[in-house]
Design a protein around this ligand. Sequence first.
Ligand code: UD1
Length: 379
Amino acid sequence: MTSANKSSQILCVVGARPNFMKIAPIMRALNSSALGLSVRLLHTGQHYDAAMKKSFFDQLNIPEPDIDLGVGSGSHAVQTADIMKRFEPVLDKMQPDAVLVVGDVNSTIACALVAVKKSIPVIHVEAGLRSGDRGMPEEINRILTDQISDLLFTTEETAEPNLTREGISAKRIHFAGNVMIDTLLFNLDRCIPAAKTLEELCGSQVNLSKGYGLVTLHRPSNVDDPEVLERLINVLSQVSKDIPLIFPVHPRTQQKIAEAGLQSLISNSQFYCLPPLGYLEMLGMMKDARLVLTDSGGIQEETTALGIPCITLRESTERPITVEQGTNTIVGSDPEKILASVSSILGGGGKSGRVPDLWDGKAAERIAQVISTWVKTLS
Ligand code: UD1
């Protein structure tokens, strides 16, 4: 409950790697002394390894979380339920004026659901994105989180009609821009050049004279089915004969490659598998790449902001602006389409695109302004 002599308290939640990039500028903006807010950070512990968590907090100067729920990995049900069970007593104790969640991971929906049932208003940053594919766990998280949010911030103009179609009042929706791109622009000058990262991780044998492609792969739809994974790894191995490929391997993918016995396919001399990279290393890798092949959501946006051609190894995207205005092409997992798209880019046919509206580095400031006014209206 807000009173005249107590500053309003916003509890920000993070859980997984892409959340960290989004929360960094939000924490900075909310903490601006001019707004007079009290800001706390809670980490659910969904991502916990040094490479998946600590390096991001360090590089992005995110304050250490006030609370770490330490949930770790599990099935969707176990992970979501554990977060909810551990979050409830924290909320009871803290009684924040609002809970702010970002993105579409299990931590997002779990904490939003606990808060709304305790009548604590929920703020969702990156609302309204829809792939139309309910087989994606993130799509379910997006739809449900938006339904129970009081204040919704969108990154692109297609998001608002998605929300109003689902019955969400336009009054609650604010087109603020993209906080992921705030972080990218804020850190661009500090990014670590690809050559340096490669030398450190692979020694001097990497020949980048023809440039390189960057690969990321971690979606369940691509890595959980051994047949699909083998098809993708095979086609990437083929691409690596034309251009060296750098592949920072997500722990989930590492595990699936090992289970499917596919290590031999990624051990050719131009296919460089690396551990997951820190933010500044990854930004340097993207910025210097000739092309990026990915199934990530955030990387579709980051490559659009950087003007680097992106081939998305999925059947759909929840970020259509990256295709309509940016550098993104959706190809799915069909080897012929992937090879045709790579050869078009290497032949000079990649999209140059343009940077979408409000991807200008100031999204978090706009969000903080709206929140500081809105929170005073809560009673
Ligand atoms: C999660 C998000 C996904 C996001 C991705 C970014 C959901 C539903 N999915 O997927 O939207 O794009 O994060 O990385 O929330 N693991 C480790 N160390 C860690 C964390 C995970 O080794 O610090 C391994 C564990 O074996 C775990 C697996 O990775 O089971 C998957 O982790 P999880 O958080 O369940 O999902 P992600 O695939 O990372």
